[in-house]
Design a binder for this molecule. Structure first.
Ligand code: SF4
Ligand code: SF4
Length: 68
């Protein structure tokens, strides 16, 4: 199973990764705020991740790392 990790404090909340995910499992974590004052991106239902890394490729701030 692929594993996606976010360097949450670097996230600027732009949401580009949310739209890039073909499995629709990337979302903004509305329950917390990062060091920059944004809701950071996160993955729900990690078991559905196919490890395509589209999210990581899309992120302009290199927040996301995908291991598979
Ligand atoms: S690696 Fe692909 S499937 Fe997994 S969260 Fe990122 S975009 Fe979605
Ligand atoms: S693309 Fe990067 S900076 Fe933008 S919301 Fe996603 S993780 Fe955050």
């Amino acid at each position: 199973m692929a594993k996606v990790t976010f360097n949450e404090d670097r996230c600027k909340g732009c949401g580009l990764c949310v739209g890039a995910c073909p499995k629709k499992i990337v979302t903004m974590a509305t329950d917390r705020i990062n060091a920059k004052g944004f809701h950071p991106a996160t993955v729900i239902e990690m078991d559905k991740c196919i490890g395509c890394a589209f999210c990581a490729t899309m992120c302009p701030d290199v927040v996301i790392e995908v291991e598979r």
